[in-house]
Design a protein around this ligand. Structure first.
Ligand SMILES: Nc1ncnc2c1ncn2[C@@H]1O[C@H](COP(=O)(O)OP(=O)(O)OP(=O)(O)O)[C@@H](O)[C@H]1O
Length: 285
C-alpha cells in the first residue's frame, strides 16, 4: 500500500459529511422480510426466511457458503423474484418491483463484485449514483441551460461531501480502474450513499481489505448509521467486524434462518456453532 492510500485522519468522518438542511436524515422505515422463498431449477436457495431490520440499526446476514445470503440481497434489491413471501419497507411491498423502483424508494445496494465504471473518474462514478435525484431533463442538461448547470453544481458539491465522509476525496479525479481494490470498495460504498438512501444493503463491504482499511470502514459505517440515520443490512464473512458493528445478526444455513440475535447471543447459539462446525468438518474431510 502506498502512503497516498493509507487511511489517514482525512479518512475519519468529519463534520463535512454532517447532513446539511437539504439532506436531513429521516427515520428509516422498518424493513420486514417474511416467509421468503426462492426456488431455482431444482434448488431451494431460500426457504421461508423471515427477519426484521429495525430502523437505524445495523443488521448482519451471515452463514456458510451457499446459505442463501446473496439470493436474499438479490430479492431485496429486485434483481431476483421471490417464489413466495414478502419484503416490506414500512408499509410498502417491494417484492415484484424492478430494481430502479426499489432504489427510488430509498434502498441502495453495493455488490460483492465491484460494479463501477473503470474508465470514469471517482467523481463521475458518484454522479451516476445521483442519477435518480436529478430533476433537470436530459435535453436541458445537453443544452447546458443555467438550471441544469446549477443542479449539476449542487450534486457535485454533495458528491464531494460524501467522498470526504467515506475518505476518498483525494481520489475524486482518478479513474476508478487505477485505484487499489480497498479504495474502490469505498467508492462503491460512496456511490450507494449518493442515492441518499434510507436503507443500505452492503454485500461483503470489507472483502479484500486489510486490517487498517477494515478498521476505518467500521468507523465510517457507524457514522453512516448515526449521522445519516440509515438502516444497514450487510452480508459479511468477517465475524470480527460483524461483532463490532452489528446490533443484530441473522444466520442462514441451507436457505433457512437458523438464528437471529445479538452478536453475543449468536456466538453461543448451538445451531450456529453446529452450522459452522459442519463447514469446517466438511472442509477437513
Ligand atoms: N441463479 C441461480 N441458479 C441456480 N442456483 C442458484 C442461483 N443463484 C444461487 N443459486 C444456488 O442457491 C444457493 C444459495 O446461493 P447464494 O449465492 O445465495 O448463497 P450465499 O450464502 O450468498 O453464498 P456465498 O457466501 O458463497 O456467496 C446455492 O446452492 C446456489 O448454488
Amino acid at each position: 500500500m502506498t502512503d497516498s492510500h493509507k487511511p489517514t485522519d482525512a479518512h475519519k468522518p468529519t463534520d463535512a459529511h454532517k447532513p446539511t438542511d437539504a439532506h436531513k436524515p429521516t427515520e428509516a422505515p422498518e424493513l420486514t422480510i417474511r416467509d421468503l422463498t426462492v426456488r431455482f431449477a431444482g434448488v431451494t436457495a431460500l426457504d421461508g426466511v423471515g427477519f426484521t431490520v429495525r430502523p437505524g440499526t445495523v443488521h448482519a446476514l451471515v452463514g456458510p457458503n451457499g446459505a442463501g445470503k446473496s439470493t436474499c440481497f438479490n430479492v431485496l434489491s429486485g434483481v431476483v423474484r421471490a417464489s413466495d413471501g414478502s419484503v416490506r419497507l414500512g408499509r410498502r411491498e417491494l417484492t415484484g418491483l424492478p430494481p430502479h423502483r426499489i432504489a427510488a424508494l430509498g434502498v441502495a445496494r453495493t455488490f460483492q463484485n465491484l460494479a463501477l465504471s473503470p474508465r470514469l473518474d471517482v467523481a463521475d462514478n458518484l454522479m451516476l449514483g445521483r442519477h435518480r435525484l436529478t430533476r433537470t431533463g436530459i435535453a436541458a442538461a445537453g443544452l447546458r441551460l443555467p438550471s441544469a448547470r446549477q443542479e449539476e453544481a449542487r450534486h457535485r458539491a454533495r458528491v464531494r461531501e460524501i467522498a470526504e465522509f467515506v475518505g476518498i476525496a483525494d481520489h475524486l479525479a482518478t479513474p476508478c480502474g487505477l485505484l487499489p481494490y480497498g479504495v474502490r470498495k469505498r467508492v462503491e460504498l460512496a456511490r450507494a450513499l449518493c442515492l441518499e438512501p434510507r436503507v443500505l444493503l452492503l454485500d461483503e463491504p470489507a472483502a479484500g481489505m486489510n486490517g487498517t482499511e477494515r478498521h476505518a470502514l467500521t468507523g465510517t459505517l457507524r457514522a453512516a448509521r448515526t449521522s445519516l440515520g440509515l438502516s444497514i443490512l450487510l452480508v459479511e464473512h468477517d465475524m470480527g467486524l460483524v461483532g463490532r458493528i452489528a446490533d443484530e445478526v441473522t444466520v442462514l444455513d441451507f436457505g433457512r434462518r437458523i438464528a437471529t440475535g445479538t452478536p453475543a447471543q449468536i456466538r453461543r447459539d448451538p445451531a450456529v456453532v453446529r452450522a459452522y462446525l459442519g463447514v469446517s468438518e466438511r472442509r477437513a474431510g
